[in-house]
Design a binder for this molecule. Structure first.
Ligand code: SIN
Ligand code: NI
Length: 275
């Protein structure tokens, strides 16, 4: 049997999507997927973006990175927070009513936008994103939060795919993990060592949703192409501000104990009305 010629890394298409272009919406999301999200604390949602939308966003991320000086450039990834405030194209995904609808269906409650970020893992960056939960870093009291991690290129396992510990969203009392310590989560929660881990490769335009307490890590990027992702983070609409330090809220004059103001943290209901 003749083998097909091997593709060199440069020939591998990185921004492709699968052939079926039916987009996932809150309406066609199956009950089974919702139940899996609630049981495990994360879920793979395919095709939240059409190929043309992915292409547009991918170009916008590349242009954004070229023009914006970031405060968070590290080997693990370059991180740009609240991009929707600065870039109209990237705002289209952050304010996307379909994504907001899926988030509300998964969470089962009224949500609002917390913030977004683009995360670029450079080719051969040699660094994993260490295991952590998101919520302990946030100035939130009450309610729940979840992230839509949207792949803007194909993200096979070795391009920095996300890995989750099923059920870890029930560990709501852990202190914030140290992201520069490989053992931090295990030191704080020793049973984490023996939990099942699930890694989810994504096609461009697919996403995962994960609960803000779900422990996750991301592989290093061992490929020749950058890993481009945009993450949109939602919180329960009546989450209160605690006053804890956070780069998004530090420059704002928010009132401790009050909900986050609608103008700057729009509700998913409003995003869906406007969409
Ligand atoms: C990553 O994309 O490397 C990490 C994302 C996250 O922590 O949510
Ligand atoms: Ni995280």
């Amino acid at each position: 049997m003749t083998r097909p010629p091997r593709q060199s890394a440069k020939e591998v298409p990185v921004a492709t999507t699968t052939h079926d272009e039916t987009l996932t919406t809150a309406q066609n999301l199956s009950d089974e997927v919702v139940a899996r999200y609630r049981r495990r604390g994360f879920v793979h949602v395919p095709r939240v973006l059409a190929a043309a939308e992915v292409e547009r966003l991918r170009e916008a991320v590349i242009a954004y990175r070229a023009r914006v000086q970031t405060r968070f450039e590290r080997p693990v990834f370059a991180q740009y927070v609240d991009v929707w405030q600065h870039d109209d194209t990237l705002a289209e995904l952050t304010l996307n009513p379909r994504l907001a609808g899926i988030a509300e269906r998964l969470q089962g409650s009224r949500l609002r936008l917390w913030h977004d970020q683009i995360l670029v893992k450079d080719p051969h960056n040699g660094a994993a994103t260490e295991f952590h939960q998101d919520r302990p870093y946030w100035p939130h009291s009450g309610g729940e939060a979840l992230s839509a991690w949207v792949a803007l290129v194909d993200v096979p396992v070795d391009r920095g795919a996300m890995t989750f510990i099923p059920g870890s969203q029930r560990q709501t009392g852990l202190r914030a993990q140290n992201l520069s310590d490989h053992r931090s989560l295990m030191n704080i929660w020793p049973e984490a060592e023996w939990q099942e881990r699930i890694t989810i490769p994504l096609r461009a335009g697919d996403c995962t949703f994960h609960n803000a307490y779900t422990a996750h890590t991301a592989c290093p990027n061992d490929t020749d192409e950058p890993r481009l992702a945009q993450v949109v983070i939602y919180m329960d609409a009546d989450t209160k501000y605690t006053g804890a330090q956070h780069p998004v809220t530090d420059p704002m004059d928010l009132t401790v104990g009050e909900p986050f103001p609608e103008g700057r943290f729009p509700s998913c209901a409003r995003l869906q009305e406007l969409g």
